[in-house]
Design a protein around this ligand. Structure first.
Ligand SMILES: Cc1ncc(COP(=O)(O)O)c(C=O)c1O
Length: 486
C-alpha cells in the first residue's frame, strides 16, 4: 500500500497499531519473552512471498515470529548495556525523521532546515565537552559531524590523525605504515580504534601502554612516547572505556603528549563520558578533554535516544577540510555535510531525535539526568561493597558497576570465572534480567593481570528502581549459589 490521500485513513490505522506495539513492547516487564535458537531461523529466513501480504498479515507474522525474541532495552530489569532509548521526545523525533525523508548529504534541495538542526545539535555537544561553540558561516566552520556510531566517529578521528601526521595521505596513500602508530591503553580499549587504523591503510600498528586502575600508566606512556618519537600519529584516551567506564587522566595525558611531541593528534573516545559534561557536579571528571584534537561522542549510549546517533567533534573545525570528499555528486554549497562525512553518502536525519530530546530536557534536565544516573550506580556499588557475597571491580566514574559474585569465599580465578560466566549464561537463557559481561585483566582483586569475567551493571534506564536493584542482587545470589553446588 502506498500512502496517498485515498489511503490516508488506512495508513493512519496501521501506524497507530505500529506505535502501540512499540509502546507495549517497551513497557513489557521481561527483557526477553522468548529466546531465539538456531532452529528458529527457518521461521524468519523464509522465501519472499510471491504475492504481497496485507499490512495486517505482516503485523501478525511479525508479532508471532519476531517480536517475542526482541531484547527490551527499556525493561526496568535491563541493567547491563546502554541505553533504554526511552525519551518520548527522542522517539517522536526518530519517527518524524523517517517520515520527513531528509538527506543530510546536501542542504539546498534535500535537507534545508535539517542541516541547521544538525549544526545546532553539534554546537550543543561542543559546548558540553568544553570546545568553543561556533556560529558557522559554512560547513567548514561547524567543527563536527553526525555519524551512525562511535566506530565511524573513531575511524574519522584516526583519518584526521593520519592527515595531521602527513599531509596528503588521502590523495597519495600511506607508504610507511609503521610511522603511523596509534597509542592505546592495554586491554581496555575499544576494537574500533585498531580496526580504523587498519581500514585507513595504516596497518596493525598499535602501541599498547600499561594501565593502572584502568587508566594510562603515565610512566609507561612517557617511555613509549619517547621510544617511538616521530612514529606516532595519535594517542587515544578513553573518557569512559567500554568495560568499567573509567575516565582517564585526560589533562595529564594531554600535557604529557604535548611536551614530548606536540605534533601527535590527541583523540578522546568519549562515547560514554561526554555525558558528564552536562552535569555541573561531575563535569570536572572530564577536565582536559577540551585539549584533545578530536572527540567521539555517542548520544545513543547515554542520552535516552534510540539507535543510532554519534558525533565526532573536532577542536579546530578547519581540520575537517583535510579529509573532504569532492565530487560533482555532492553539492559544493555552503552547508552540504556530504563534503565532510567520510565513509557516508546519503545520511538520514539522525540528529532530529537528539534535537527533540535535548530541547525537552534543557540544560537543567540533562544535568539532573546524568547526575542521577551516576549516583544510582554509586548506590549499587556501595550496596554490593557492604555485601560479603560480592566483590566490586571498579570505582564508579560514570554509571557502571562491574562486580563478581564470590559467596564470600576465596576461589581460584578459574572458579570465579566459571561461576560468574554461569550466572550470565543463565540470565540470558531466562530473559528476566540483564547484566552485561566482558573479559578484562584483573587489577589485583584475585590475581593481577589474569583475565576475569565480571558482571556489569549500567544505569541506562531512569525507570529502574531501588527495588529492581535489590531484586537483581537477590537473583544473582540465587543463580550463583546454585552454580556453587555444581
Ligand atoms: C568506548 C567505546 N567507543 C566506541 C564504541 C563503538 O560505538 P558504536 O557501537 O556506537 O559504533 C563503543 C561501543 O560500545 C565504546 O564503548
Amino acid at each position: 500500500m502506498i500512502l496517498n490521500s485515498d489511503t490516508k485513513k488506512l495508513v493512519e490505522g496501521f501506524l497507530n497499531e505500529v506505535v502501540s506495539i512499540g509502546i507495549n513492547f517497551k513497557l513489557q516487564e521481561n527483557v526477553n519473552k522468548a529466546r531465539v535458537s538456531s532452529t528458529d531461523i527457518g521461521k524468519i529466513v523464509t522465501d519472499l512471498p510471491t504475492n504481497g501480504m496485507s499490512l495486517i498479515e505482516i503485523l501478525d507474522e511479525f508479532k508471532e515470529h519476531i517480536l517475542p525474541y526482541c531484547t527490551n532495552f527499556s525493561s526496568a530489569h535491563f541493567m547491563g548495556f546502554p541505553d533504554s532509548g526511552n525519551s518520548a521526545a527522542a522517539l517522536g523525533g526518530a519517527v518524524l525523521s523517517d517520515f520527513l525523508q531528509q538527506n543530510l548529504i546536501n542542504q539546498s534541495f534535500c535537507a534545508p532546515s535539517a542541516t541547521f538542526v544538525e549544526i545546532a545539535v553539534l554546537q550543543w555537544l561542543r559546548e558540553a565537552v568544553g570546545y568553543k561553540r561556533t556560529y558557522p558561516k559554512d560547513i567548514w566552520g561547524v567543527g563536527g559531524i553526525i555519524t551512525p556510531g562511535g566506530t565511524v566517529s573513531n575511524a574519522v578521528g584516526m583519518m584526521l590523525a593520519r592527515e595531521n601526521k602527513q599531509a596528503g595521505t588521502l590523495e597519495n596513500g600511506v607508504s610507511s605504515p609503521s610511522s603511523f602508530k596509534v597509542v592505546v591503553p592495554k586491554g581496555i580499549g575499544h576494537y574500533s580504534v585498531k580496526s580504523a587504523q587498519m581500514w585507513i591503510g595504516c596497518g596493525h600498528n598499535l602501541i599498547e601502554v600499561e594501565t593502572d586502575n584502568f587508566r594510562y600508566d603515565l610512566d609507561d606512556l612517557e617511555c613509549k612516547l619517547k621510544e617511538n618519537k616521530g612514529e606516532i600519529m595519535a594517542v587515544v584516551a578513553y573518557a569512559g572505556d567500554s568495560r568499567t567506564m573509567t575516565v582517564d587522566n585526560l589533562d595529564k595525558v594531554a600535557d604529557l603528549v604535548h611536551i614530548i611531541d606536540s605534533n601527535i593528534w590527541l583523540h578522546a573516545d568519549a562515547c560514554h563520558g561526554f555525558s558528564l559534561g552536562f552535569s555541573s557536579e561531575l563535569r570536572h571528571k572530564i577536565k582536559g578533554i577540551e585539549k584533545f584534537d578530536s572527540i567521539s561522542t555517542d548520544p545513543h549510549k547515554v542520552m535516552m535516544t534510540p539507535y543510532t546517533i554519534s558525533a565526532l567533534l573536532v577542536k579546530d573545525p578547519e581540520n575537517l577540510k583535510k579529509i573532504t570528499s569532492l565530487s560533482d555528486l555532492i553539492m559544493q554549497e555552503e552547508y552540504a555535510f556530504g563534503q565532510i562525512t567520510p565513509f557516508l553518502g546519503s545520511k538520514s536525519w539522525m540528529s532530529l531525535k537528539l534535537w527533540f530530546m535535548m530541547k525537552n530536557f534543557g540544560k537543567n534536565g540533562l544535568d539532573e539526568l546524568i547526575t542521577k544516573r551516576h549516583y544510582f550506580a554509586v548506590e549499587l556499588s556501595s550496596i554490593l561493597k557492604s555485601n560479603k557475597n560480592f566483590m566490586v571491580l571498579n570505582d564508579v566514574e560514570i554509571n557502571s558497576v562491574a562486580f563478581f559474585f564470590t559467596a564470600g569465599r576465596k576461589h581460584s580465578v578459574a572458579e570465579i570465572n566459571r561461576i560468574n560466566r554461569g550466572i550470565h549464561q543463565r540470565m540470558l537463557e531466562e530473559g528476566k534480567c540483564h547484566l552485561h559481561q566482558f573479559s578484562i585483566p584483573d587489577r589485583g582483586i584475585f590475581k593481577k593481570g589474569e583475565i576475569v569475567y565480571p558482571l556489569r551493571f549500567m544505569s541506562g534506564n531512569p525507570n529502574t528502581s531501588k527495588k529492581d536493584l535489590h531484586d537483581m542482587i537477590e537473583y544473582v545470589q540465587t543463580l550463583g549459589n546454585e552454580l556453587l553446588l555444581k
